[in-house]
Design a protein. Structure first.
Length: 170
């Protein structure tokens, strides 16, 4: 069932629709939050508050519009609000400061994500994560972000080229 139909069910009080909405959108929600906040734990916090807002405001969703774009707007707003609240705090890279976080274990996927987060501008990182990690098609991303497909393709190609160069130089 589509996200649009699930949101309609959720707006009538059928909370069983939430599980389907979550499963269909969790990767997008996470990577959108991560692209704004650049920190995993904060992205997870934003996911929780965004999903609570989705449940709370499901009745304000207009059926037949772009459900994923509506959810993406909630996530982006939540992430930007948190970023603004935490603006005075300093970001500490958990991979560069392993002792602070009490672990020395990393995986290659996490290291690649961290490299991309440090290397790429926010819009390129977001598009790279949505294509490569979340598996969305460029047209879907264009609809979510409200930009042309050609722009998504161009930014994705720029991001992958920068990543290739960075990995080659290592």
């Amino acid at each position: 069932m589509t996200i649009d139909k699930q949101l309609k069910k959720l707006s009538t009080g059928d909370v069983s629709a939430f599980e389907s909405i979550y499963e269909q959108t969790r990767k997008t929600v996470y990577f959108m939050a991560l692209s704004v906040l650049k920190e995993r734990s904060l992205a997870e916090d934003v996911m929780q508050s965004a999903y609570l807002n989705i449940i709370k405001n499901a009745s304000s969703y207009r059926a037949g519009t772009n459900a994923l774009a509506w959810i993406a707007a909630i996530v982006k707003n939540e992430a930007l609000n948190l970023k603004k609240k935490r603006g005075h705090e300093i970001y500490i890279d958990e991979k560069a400061n392993l002792a602070v976080f009490g672990t020395a274990q990393t995986d290659d996927y996490g290291l690649l994500t961290d490299l991309a987060r440090r290397l790429l501008p926010q819009d390129e990182f977001e598009i790279l994560m949505l294509v490569a990690a979340a598996g969305y098609k460029r047209r879907e991303i264009a609809d979510m972000l409200g930009i042309p497909v050609s722009t998504v393709t161009w930014k994705f190609n720029c991001a992958t080229e920068k990543m290739r160069k960075a990995l080659k130089d290592r």
